[in-house]
Design a protein. Structure first.
Length: 88
């Protein structure tokens, strides 16, 4: 079975996915801890990809504080744009 690495497992969507995967005893889904899965750290991502060799990546990581996004444009952009780019 192919490995699938899931980023953002501590967020709402990631937690739901982890819960369903656990309930269904799904094999091959990897939910790395946040300290190893920082989508803003390209070197850390490379190490994670080398370790797990995923066939697929699911990105559940996002800046979702809509009310704060206008005041925190830089962090919203880093997470939602740059983080996704790092995964690609």
């Amino acid at each position: 079975m192919s490995n699938i690495v899931v980023f953002g497992a501590s967020g709402q969507l990631g937690q739901c996915l982890a819960h369903v995967a656990h309930e269904r005893n799904t094999q091959g889904l990897i939910f790395p801890p946040e300290d190893q899965a920082n989508i803003l750290n390209p070197a850390g991502l490379r190490a994670l990809f080398e370790q797990h060799r995923p066939a697929y990546v699911i990105n559940c990581a996002a800046y979702t504080a809509v009310d704060k996004a206008e005041d925190e444009v830089d962090i919203a952009r880093k997470v939602n744009r740059d983080g996704a780019e790092n995964l690609a």
